[in-house]
Design a protein around this ligand. Structure first.
Ligand code: G6P
Length: 605
């Protein structure tokens, strides 16, 4: 992960770098730092923790330098302290570097350099980059870059300054994203387009093993063999969405409340003659539509969206769906046949494991359909077709609107394919389609009164462990509910298929153990109810998430959701569960939008 930014131009660099870092903080917030180049000297300012700490420090500085680089860190090698914060500078102070990625052979290179007399100040893998650049440097910067970067294994997006080139930023990339923006007399390098300053009119993406020499408004790009590359620059189309809480206390709450609108947005233009039709996949060939198997891969919440989508696709399209965690899929050599659809789900479109899964699928001749929120991201660019989830920029690290639009996109996909495969009657498609169109109102109904969930937070916020159980579609929602709560409240949560509890986990149920039972799936309600009874008879305390007016027992606490088909239950059940997590984390005083140890976009494996 980590976010990197660099600026060279005619303005004072510090505020531009800080603004860029603000937009990139979603990529990590363990520490932050900037380096400025002025009068052939670096001035490096670093700070542990969130960006606000660095901002305080920079306010005391009055540098007018107009060239600099910045970094916001998600620690991989070395604890999140100031010494390990980027930028890292070579011992001879010739190079200073910011890096996103992992240099996998850093320890070997470090040993070699130590033998040659180099000494290292930090525990990071990154520090080998400035030191190796310095080792190879003979005045020829291009060949120095070529020699240094060809030695590294692993992934890197790097921006660096060299004392001998007062107005220039150098950049290199392998696997981690890096874009370069150009304006009049100024240039910016960044991990994401959202960090480009407003005067930048166009940008290009650096590809694997390319180098860039970036000057004010002038950019030269080279291949690893140092051949100049004529890159296409794209106009920046839209101004980044406002980074504003709009009166909500946290971005997470704001984003929870945006969900009905975002789903409406996604539905727009996709309903025709009472059925679903997705233009983005209008040209899918019959061979792909009639495939005998579909794979879905993703990480974190995207994986949970896949779990929810699997039930809909299998039921409506009559095709087996294999769901996999991207970091597992990429290393297990799955026997994916040519032209088999592989759906890769990713909010950011940059998750390293999901990108690798996509590339593996591609290499096997699969047909990749990306379900992606960020247009222009790696997964969006490398998929054969993309279904855009249109959730807009998500700021809170714990995804809400990103997840829910992924689930909705999968439901829409299922209905689109079912219609062509003719696996269910037309009337059934119409009924399901109509139901999907009512989902935004049902979510609004849940959001219209949050008091029940807020009161429950009072009872649960001081628990150490909470279990989530559910069957079938309820289990998909339970998995996401459990992740949501653990990531923002730090309570130890785990989710189990309700029927699986008795095969071991029930040993952990004791007097007062909190168990959240998701049981809105009508078909399996009685089965889940038996599992609830098993928990209760061992002293467990049940909180049910159930359909409206479904009387389970006066004895159990419950949260009600509006009625819907069993297939679509996760998209409604997750709403009160997002709020449950939010209010518990708030009650505990946690940093809701930026939970510890996490990052929004995980670009390392
Ligand atoms: C991180 C985020 C999760 C997200 C996962 C996958 O772990 O904290 O919220 O679900 O990455 O991200 P993606 O961008 O691929 O959906």
């Amino acid at each position: 992960m980590c976010g990197i930014i660099g600026y060279t131009g005619e303005k004072t660099a510090t505020p531009i770098l800080i603004n860029g870092l603000k937009s990139l903080e979603y990529r990590g917030y363990d520490s932050a730092g900037i380096a400025l180049l002025e009068n052939k000297k670096f001035s490096v300012i670093k700070s542990k923790g969130e960006l606000k700490n660095l901002i305080k420090k920079t306010e005391k500085e009055n540098s007018v330098s107009s060239v600099g680089i910045g970094h916001t860190r998600w620690a991989t090698h070395g604890k999140p302290d100031e010494t390990n914060a980027h930028p890292h500078t070579s011992s001879d102070e010739m190079f200073t570097v910011v890096h996103n990625g992992i240099i996998e052979n850093a320890s070997v290179i470090k040993k070699e350099l130590e033998k040659k007399g180099f000494s290292f100040a930090s525990e990071t893998d990154t520090e080998v980059i400035p030191q190796l650049l310095s080792y190879h440097y003979d005045g020829n910067i291009s060949s120095t870059m070529q020699k240094a970067f060809s030695s590294f294994d692993g992934s890197f997006a790097v921006a660096f300054l060299c004392r001998d080139f007062p107005d220039t930023i150098f950049a290199a990339r392998r696997q981690s994203p890096l874009i370069i923006g150009r304006g009049e007399n100024e240039s910016v390098v960044a991990s994401d387009t959202c960090a480009l300053s407003e005067n930048i009119q166009e940008f290009t993406c650096l590809e694997d093993d390319e180098f860039a020499i970036i000057e004010k408004g002038k950019i030269e790009i080279f291949s690893s063999g140092l051949k100049p590359i004529n890159k296409k620059f794209r106009k920046i189309e839209s101004v980044a969405e406002k980074h504003d809480k709009c009166g909500f206390e946290h971005f997470m709450l704001k984003e929870i409340f945006e969900q009905p609108e975002k789903i409406k947005n996604l539905l727009k233009g996709k309903i025709r003659n009472k059925k679903v039709f997705i233009d983005e996949i209008a040209e899918l060939s019959l061979e792909i539509i009639k495939a005998e198997k579909i794979y879905i891969v993703g990480c974190g919440s995207a994986y949970h969206a896949a779990l929810a989508g699997k039930f809909a696709i299998e039921e409506l399209c009559g095709v087996p769906v294999e769901v996999d965690i991207a970091s597992e899929f990429r290393y297990r050599n799955p026997p994916v046949k040519e032209n088999t659809p592989v759906i890769v789900i990713s909010q950011s479109g940059e998750t390293a494991d999901s990108v690798a899964a996509l590339r593996l699928a591609n290499s096997k001749g699969a047909f990749v359909i990306g379900i992606v929120n960020v247009p222009g991201s790696t997964i969006a660019n490398e998929s054969d077709y993309v279904i855009a989830t249109k959730a807009g920029r998500e700021v809170a690290v714990a995804t809400t609107k990103g997840y829910i639009t992924q689930v909705m996109a999968l439901y829409l996909f299922a209905l689109h394919i079912a219609d062509i495969r003719k696996t269910i009657p037309d009337r059934a498609i119409e009924i399901y389609t109509e139901e999907l169109c009512r989902i935004p109102d049902k979510i609004s109904e849940i959001l219209s009164d949050t008091s029940v969930v807020e009161n429950l937070a009072e009872k649960y916020y001081n628990k150490n462990d909470i279990f989530f159980i559910g069957r079938n579609t309820d289990f998909a929602a339970a998995s996401e509910a459990s992740l949501k709560l653990k990531e923002i409240s730090y309570i130890n949560c785990s989710a189990f298929p309700a029927g699986e509890l008795k095969h071991g986990t029930i040993a952990l149920i004791d007097k007062g153990t909190p168990v959240v039972a998701l049981c809105a799936n009508e078909r399996l309600f009685k089965k889940t109810l038996s599992n609830i009874e098993e928990v209760v008879s061992r002293g467990g305390e049940i909180l049910c998430v159930t359909r409206k007016n479904k009387i389970i027992s006066e004895k159990y606490l419950s949260i009600e959701i509006p009625n819907c088909s069993d297939l679509f239950v996760p998209i409604l059940e997750i709403i009160p569960m997002q709020l449950f997590s939010y209010f518990i984390a708030k009650k505990k005083g946690c940093n809701i939008d930026m939970p510890k140890n996490l990052a929004k976009s995980v670009t390392v494996e």
